[in-house]
Ligand binder design. Sequence first.
Ligand SMILES: C[S@@+](CC[C@H](N)C(=O)[O-])C[C@H]1O[C@@H](n2cnc3c(N)ncnc32)[C@H](O)[C@@H]1O
Length: 347
Amino acid sequence: MSRDLSLAEIFQMGYYWETKILLTAVKLDIFSALDGHGDSPAGLARRLSLDERALTLLVNALVAMRVLTKREGLVANTGVARKHLVNTSPDYVGHLLALHDSEWANWGKLEETVRTGVAPVRRHVFENDPAMGANVLAVLDRVGRGSGMSLAKSLRLNGREHMVDVGGGVGTNAIALCRAYPHLKATVFDLPQTLRVTERYVRDAGLEDRIALRPGNFHTDAWGGPYDLALLSDVLHYQNRRANARLVRNAFAHVTGAGRLLIKDRFLDPDRTSPAWTTAFAVHILVNTEQGECFTTGEVMEWMTQAGFESVTEFAPGAMVQGIKPGGGTDGLESGLRRHDKGGGHG
Ligand SMILES: C[S@@+](CC[C@H](N)C(=O)[O-])C[C@H]1O[C@@H](n2cnc3c(N)ncnc32)[C@H](O)[C@@H]1O
C-alpha cells in the first residue's frame, strides 16, 4: 500500500503560482525579448509595452525559479530558457506552454463542470484555433520523435501496404513508418487546417511521393482507401464512447480483408485510478473538450469486436490495441500478423 501524503505534499499540489508565472512569461514572450542580450526590467517593460512595477515582480520570481538570471540590475535568459523558451530556437516548446495558458480559463471552470457535467467548451483546440493546434503538434512531434520509430519497429509490416493515419497530425507516425518501410504508402487524413502544416513536414521528410494528404472531418467525410492498415493515434480522447464506436466501425469499413486497425491512446487502467498522469489528463480533457474522455483498453477492444474485428489484442500493454479484419488471403501482412500474435509482444 502506498504511504499517506505529507501535509507539505498536499500544499505542493495546491500551489500553482509558479505555473502561472511561467505561462504568463511565455505568453508575453519575455524570453524571446531577452534573446542575445540582458535588459533592465524598465527597458524590457518599455520594449514590450508592459507595466514596469508588475513586470519587475514577475521577472524577480522567474529569476528565483531559475529561468532568468539577474546581475547588476540586468536580467537575462538561463541556458534552458535560451534553448526552449526563445521562439526562434529549433528546440522551442513555448507553443505547448502557450496552449496550457490558453486553457487556463477552462480549468477555472472545473468546479462548475463538476457541478453541472457541462464542459466550458464546444469544440477542441484543433477546430477552435488551428494555428495553435498545429504549432502544438509540431512541438509534440519534436519531443516525442522516438515514439513513431518504436511504433515502426513493433509493427513488422511486409512493407508494401497502404496505411491511413486518421487524425494523423503533422504526420509523425506516417513519416516514421514510411522511413522504416521503403515501399509503404501512407495517407494522412486530418482537418484541412492541420494538413496545411503537415504538408511542410512531409516535404521536409522528402516523402511527398509516398504520403498523400486527405483533408476532411473523420466523423463525416469518407477516408478513401481501402487500406491495409488504419491508425488512430491520440484521437479517441477527443470524443465520447458513441462517436468512438462509430469511428472504429468506420475504420472497419475502410480496411481490406486481413487489414488491421491500430489504436494508440492515453489509456486508463481497468480501475481508472492509474496511471496517475492519465487520471489528471482525463480531467484536462473534461474541461477542454466538449465530450472527450480517457478510456480503458478493454472498452476499445469491445468496440473493435462489436465492429467485426478479430484477434483483438493489446498490441502494447496499456498503450495500443489492434484488431484484424477477417477475410483476405494469407498474404505477407496476415502471416506477419499471425507470427506477431504468436510472439505475444510488441517489440
Ligand atoms: C492529438 S492529435 C494526434 C496527432 C497524431 N495522430 C499523433 O499521434 O501525433 C489529434 C489530431 O486529430 C485531428 N482531428 C481532430 N478532430 C478531427 C476531425 N473531426 N477530423 C479529422 N481530424 C481531426 C487534429 O487535427 C489532430 O491532428
